[in-house]
Design a protein around this ligand. Structure first.
Ligand code: GTP
Ligand code: MG
Length: 233
């Protein structure tokens, strides 16, 4: 999956990616401020999760647009401590909703390890755009709640793709996999091949014999059939 982590300056996006990827990430930064991107790979129950962090300075909008392209899910990070970042959070939220309409999103109310952090109820009052979104009190520093938040997002993403994923799992290894996918989902060849490319790139499956046959990776098969397995236990 491709997950984009965005939000205002200094909210904790880079530290969040560092935690999620166990340090297996890069941050293109200058004096602690991300100027291009964070990128890293996490593995959740055998599923590859490609993490992309955006710069938090307003002027890097083009970079955020490029990084957001084709993302399957969004982690929107807000600073629970600093009320001065609220106005920027609002702008950034409007921006990501424009780049990625309809893409599942969870909100990380970050820095909850600090005593002066605002509780979720207070944040919901200050940041009206949070209405209707799942908000998780987290700390990128201690890692508190980060895993639950990520798993919930992955669940929401897989639910959005559940009809497609179920068919992938059903026709995995079938010599006429692509044709059956087209027929059952009532889509044309171009769209079906588009799905194959998308999920091949995300390492959920391998395409063989032209595009006719595909094989879902063993490690993710049960997840694609039953997304609830990824939810926090
Ligand atoms: N106490 C505490 N500090 C945090 C937490 N998350 C981030 N920080 C600190 O906040 C500062 C900014 O963190 P970054 O991860 O660089 O924030 P960012 O959103 O990537 O910042 P930009 O890329 O510049 O927009 C750093 O000093 C972090 O150590 C947290 O959960 N708790
Ligand atoms: Mg950063």
């Amino acid at each position: 999956m491709k997950i984009v982590v965005t939000g205002p300056y200094e909210a904790g996006k880079s530290l969040m990616i560092h935690h999620i990827t166990n340090g297996a990430c890069i941050n293109v930064e200058r004096r602690g401020t991300t100027i291009a991107m964070d990128h890293g790979l996490a593995n959740v129950d055998g599923m590859n999760v490609f993490m992309f962090g955006t710069p938090g300075l307003l002027r890097f909008r083009t970079m955020r647009k490029i990084l957001s392209e084709g993302a399957d899910g969004i982690i929107f990070v807000v600073d629970s401590v600093d009320p001065e970042s609220d106005a920027r959070a609002k702008l950034f939220f409007r921006e990501i909703a424009f780049f990625l309409p309809g893409v599942p999103c969870v909100v990380a109310a970050n820095k909850q390890d600090l005593q002066e952090s605002r509780p979720i109820d207070q944040l919901r009052k200050n940041l009206r755009f949070l209405a209707g979104l799942p908000v998780f009190p987290v700390s990128a520093k201690t890692g508190e709640n980060v895993d639950s938040m990520l798993r919930t997002l992955l669940y929401l993403v897989m639910m959005q793709w559940s009809s497609v994923f179920r068919k992938f799992a059903e026709f995995s290894g079938d010599k006429k996999g692509l044709s059956k996918l087209m027929k059952d989902l009532n889509i044309d060849r171009e769209q079906a091949v588009g799905y194959l490319r998308r999920f091949e790139l995300r390492k959920l499956l391998e395409v063989q014999v032209g595009d006719e046959q595909f094989v879902v990776k063993d490690t993710v098969r049960s997840l694609l059939e039953n997304p609830v397995l990824i939810m926090p236990r």
